[in-house]
Design a binder for this molecule. Structure first.
Ligand SMILES: [Mn+2]
Length: 235
């Protein structure tokens, strides 16, 4: 088992969990305020207090009920989330969400930027295979996507090149379908853009998707990323 090693400032925002104390373990993609979709997904999974639910961040913004999602996760002792770039925008005052209290913001501030258990690492954006994990900043963990010159949406993305040692679960990059590879599992299937909300059953190694019947916010198809080009071959 490889425990991730971060810089001191990240380590203080790294939550290490023990999955053995939970029955089922699920990791859930970007929720973006879609409380009813989240509730429906968790109901379909028959989640109880004995199960662990970890979110990849971006609980908030763009969808109809960010505050409701915050309340729901905050009041669920068996649920944890990393802080995504959209939570960070609220903390930095770059975006404002009406109705958020000082307590809500303090809770958002308290969220870790990395959660890990066994060989699993959950971050919002990703890890950059060109750097040592210990060199990553909050911004890196929340926003890493393209590692091509010019960045943006140019391939390759970090998960096309990353080869472990951790299995990194991430959101941030909106995908046509979940990406499930040996060392990278992408779970943002664009719930708020009329895609689906995806959970990964960690014990069963399987994907559970909840289809969203209505599009909450339009998104250009070009910004949905296809799972191609070439999956990392299993060694
Ligand atoms: Mn997102």
């Amino acid at each position: 088992m490889t425990v991730p090693v971060f810089s001191e400032s990240i380590e203080s925002q790294h939550l290490r969990l023990d999955p053995s104390t939970y029955e089922n373990v699920y990791i859930v993609g970007d929720v973006h305020g879609c409380l009813s979709e989240l509730t429906a997904l968790l109901e379909s999974l028959s989640i109880t207090d004995e199960d662990l639910v970890v979110f990849v961040g971006d609980l908030v913004r763009k969808g109809p009920d960010s505050r409701g999602v915050i309340e729901f996760v905050r009041n669920s002792p068996n649920m944890y989330s990393v802080r995504g770039n959209n939570e960070e925008k609220l903390l930095r005052g770059e975006k404002v969400l009406s109705g958020l209290t000082a307590d809500d913001l303090a809770w958002i501030q308290s969220l870790p930027v990395a959660i890990s258990f066994e060989d699993t690492l959950v971050v919002h954006g990703g890890v950059d295979p060109r750097m040592d994990l210990a060199e990553h900043t909050v911004d890196d963990l929340q926003n890493t996507r393209s590692i091509a010159p010019g960045g943006g949406y140019n391939r390759p993305f970090w998960f096309d090149e990353y080869a472990g040692p951790h299995r990194v679960f991430f959101g941030h990059t909106v995908l046509e379908a979940p990406i499930v590879r040996e060392y990278a599992v992408g779970l943002d299937t664009g719930c708020v853009y009329g895609g689906s909300l995806t959970a990964y059953d960690w014990r069963d190694d399987s994907v559970v998707e909840h289809d969203v019947s209505k599009t909450v916010q339009e998104r250009k198809d070009s910004k949905f990323v296809s799972p191609a080009p070439t999956p990392t071959p299993a060694p």
